[in-house]
Ligand binder design. Structure first.
Ligand code: SAM
Length: 345
């Protein structure tokens, strides 16, 4: 866990309030972009504190919008702040902030999902993976429609040590819909335990820091929000390629209310499905009558390691897709002997 940092290591000159900036630049939140702003600087300070000590740090803020969190990051005394904002309407307000903190802020108008963050920071900040995390932080309050695909992309980057993790174990402090944050941090046996719990926790220490009630945002979203802090682990709890882990985990949670063997059998083509499912579960030492949410991380590790061995012996296994088989059968009006997967996260 990051030790909460101090805020107010740098004093910004007097500036219009965030509310005034919104009025001045006519920054009406766009509903279709799920824009919800934080105007209360005590709250943005509290978010930024979760990142740890930012004095002289290099920070990338994703989706700064009107700049509430941005001000708190600057007040924490960072050396460099990179802002990546998709919506051009926010750039003039951010430029005003940049002028208030000369030489510290770089503004990029772009989409964080495609931005090449691996080139964003000076090379000398790189740390070995086993060292302490580098003095680089990612902070952001993004729309929910972006934060989930983005964390999946960044978790894959953690696994490959590329993207923002080319610099070492870069820490991230990000907001999510409260329920998504609960899934990210759920323990075995929790009803929120899901694909996201395994995908995040096998690669990172994940901490659900605190909840921000929806009414703290302008306009107020339908849901509450939680701040989550991620520190990549030196040694992942599952040491297999990201896509393989993702396939196993997705299959297990495909039928989350049924016994886990129901999802696991979808890893295998119809021909020999039962035999291979039994082989996998016996070798991995997993009780087939456990429910997906009851499986521990070490049971997922055993399943992934055993499935990997089976794929090495028969490379056609890894490319097999249960959903594709269902789709083909539906197209050809063939009888479907298996149930439809549930929608899971
Ligand atoms: N950080 C500000 C705050 O807390 O008040 C704004 C939060 S608002 C929920 C999300 C911000 O992310 C908006 O400014 C929006 O334009 C920006 N944004 C949305 N998608 C983005 C993307 N793919 N890349 C970069 N910025 C994005």
């Amino acid at each position: 866990m990051a030790a909460p940092g101090k805020v107010a290591a740098f004093h910004l000159p007097p500036l219009p309030t965030i509310g005034e900036i919104i009025k001045l630049f006519r920054l009406k939140a766009q509903k279709q972009l799920s824009q919800n702003f934080l105007l209360d600087l005590r709250l943005t300070d509290k978010i930024v504190k979760q990142a740890g000590n930012l004095k002289n740090a290099h920070v990338c803020e994703v989706g700064p919008g009107p700049g509430g969190i941005t001000r708190s990051i600057l007040s924490a005394g960072v050396q460099q702040l990179l802002l990546v904002e998709k919506d051009a309407r926010f750039i003039p307000g951010l430029q005003m902030l940049s002028e208030a903190a000369p030489g510290k802020v770089r503004i990029v108008r772009g989409d964080i999902l495609t931005y090449k963050i691996e080139k964003a920071f000076p090379k000398h900040l790189k740390k070995d993976w086993a060292d302490e995390p580098p003095d680089i932080h990612i902070i952001g309050n993004l729309p929910f429609s972006v934060s989930t695909p983005l964390i999946i992309k960044w978790l894959e980057n953690v696994s490959k040590k590329d993207g923002p993790f080319i610099y070492g174990r870069t820490q991230m402090t990000l907001t999510f819909q409260k329920e998504v944050a609960e899934r990210l941090t759920a323990n075995p046996g929790d009803k929120q335990r899901s694909r996201l719990s395994i995908m995040s926790q096998h690669l990172c220490t994940v901490e659900n820091c605190f909840v921000i009630p929806g009414q703290a945002f302008v306009p107020k979203p339908q849901v509450d929000v939680a701040v989550v802090h991620f520190t990549p682990l030196v040694t992942p709890k599952i040491q297999q390629p990201f896509k393989l882990v993702e396939k196993v985990v997705q299959s297990v949670f495909q039928f989350r209310r049924k016994y886990c063997f129901r999802g696991i059998e979808t890893l295998f083509p119809e021909d020999g499905r039962l035999k291979r499912t039994e082989q996998l579960m016996m070798t991995a030492n997993v009780d087939p009558t456990l429910r997906p949410f009851q499986l521990s991380m070490s049971q997922f590790r055993n399943l992934c390691d055993t499935y990997r061995k089976m794929c090495d012996e028969d490379p056609s296994l890894f490319v097999y897709s249960y959903r594709e088989e269902l789709r083909q059968k539906k197209m050809r009006n063939l009888p479907i002997s298996t149930s439809e997967p549930e929608q899971t996260e």
